[in-house]
Design a protein around this ligand. Structure first.
Ligand SMILES: [Fe+2]
Length: 408
């Protein structure tokens, strides 16, 4: 394992080497590790000579403060990842920031402490690194969402040095395209997918091939874990937004087994959130496939280990990805259609090459499928939620309306 001394040496060498090259603009993106109503993590990726701190203030207050970044190398590149977490912010408030040494003013907004007016966010997966991904980021930003959720396979880097360019293109799009017309950066919540990890045969259950500790996890998902402070180690986590929204972010056999410790954690995490009106599991490989076979090993295990826990906790909507085609299931409970069951939505096709989905007429669990790039715009209200699935041209493919369940 490289020592801190070796890290400093490599950092110094990089700093010296990059003196001669002109600095490119930093790729800025936002995320959270703690309550999005009072915190924000500002991240950027750029060359080693880039900014090491930010100036920030509540909008138009003229009370600029400076916060230094934690920095680390993006593995196998000459780029640095910088992160600053701001805490103690006001809910539902606009802030502005600038990278040290830059004049450009950027903006963000904290989420409201209470859900008293409609709140919209974007959900999707499998963006990859090409032109459709960039178009979808622009479509997402045009909807002026409070934030976006991406369900894995972010860059298709597979943890490989030869794919570092894909990582760079993806973060360039986040910094350039995932910004509203008035200059507000849209925060992201992400989860792991199979292509964020360098691990063979993840579609087969083989716990022996899973990493055993943080160091092995960092080696297996070098770009994802260097770039994203959430989900925290070991790779699954929960993000609570006030008392009205929680994302339970799960790992479908990439760095962690579906059953065992993750299942125990999920059981406890859901049990304490049954009163949260908008409670959404986010994970990559589907419990209910729209392209692949229902008997695929990982999907079967998810239906055994997690789906009953979702049903017990009163979850009504789970976001799935990975399949490169749109699908929405009927509400499902114990494997059967049921009016108050869980709808499994999405197939991870924000930017990847599309696949042909199955015919709903032949699959009892499927309500609708489409071979289409898509994202979801979710609008939350106190008593209901609406999910519009939009194609890459912005046209509506599907609409789901749900009333908010009473706590079981
Ligand atoms: Fe995938």
């Amino acid at each position: 394992m490289p020592s801190p001394f070796h890290f400093l040496l490599s950092l110094s060498a990089l700093l010296a080497a990059s003196q001669a090259t002109p600095a490119a603009a930093a790729d800025v993106y936002l995320t959270w590790q703690h309550d999005p109503t009072t915190t924000m993590i500002i991240c950027w990726q750029d060359q080693a000579t880039g900014p090491t701190a930010i100036d920030w203030q509540k909008q138009d207050q003229n009370t600029w403060r400076t916060s230094a970044a934690r920095q680390s190398l993006l593995p196998s590149t000459e780029r640095l990842v910088s992160q600053v977490e701001l805490t103690g912010l006001e809910p539902d408030a606009a802030y502005e920031f600038r990278l040290a040494g830059e004049k450009k003013i950027r903006r963000f907004r904290t989420l409201p402490a209470k859900l008293e007016r409609p709140l919209n966010f974007i959900e999707g997966g499998d963006p990859q690194d090409g032109a459709p991904m960039e178009q979808m980021m622009q479509l997402a930003a045009s909807l002026d969402p409070a934030f976006a959720v991406l369900g894995g396979d972010l860059t298709f880097d597979d943890g490989l040095p030869e794919h570092a360019g894909r990582v760079e293109r993806f973060f360039r799009a986040l910094g350039r395209d995932l910004v509203t017309p008035d200059g507000r950066h849209i925060p992201l919540v992400v989860c792991l997918g199979n292509h964020d990890v360098n691990r063979a045969e993840q579609w087969i259950i083989n716990d022996q091939s899973l990493p055993n500790n943080s160091e092995e996890r960092r080696a297996m998902a070098p770009y994802f874990l260097a770039s994203w402070p959430f989900p925290r180690d070991p790779g699954y986590d929960v993000l609570d937004v006030g008392d009205y929204l929680s994302f339970v972010v799960l790992d479908t056999n990439h760095l962690n087994a579906v059953d065992g410790a993750q299942q125990d954690w999920l059981r406890q995490t859901l049990a304490t959130r049954q009163a949260v009106p908008h409670l959404f599991p986010i994970y990559h490989v589907p419990a209910y496939p729209g392209v692949r076979d229902m008997n695929d090993e990982v999907s079967k295990l998810i239906r055994e280990a997690w789906t009953p826990l979702f049903e017990q906790a009163g979850v009504r909507l789970a976001f799935e990805h990975h399949e490169h085609a749109f699908k929405v299931t009927h509400p499902m409970r114990r494997g059967e259609k049921c009016a108050d069951g869980v709808v499994h939505l999405g197939g991870g096709a924000m930017g990847v090459e599309l696949r042909a989905p199955r015919d709903p007429a032949r699959e009892p669990h499927l309500d609708k499928t489409a071979k289409a790039h898509h994202l979801h715009e979710v609008v939350l209200e106190p008593q209901r939620r609406t999910v519009r699935t939009l194609g890459i041209d912005g046209r509506e493919i599907h609409r789901l309306e749900q009333t908010v369940s009473e706590a079981p």
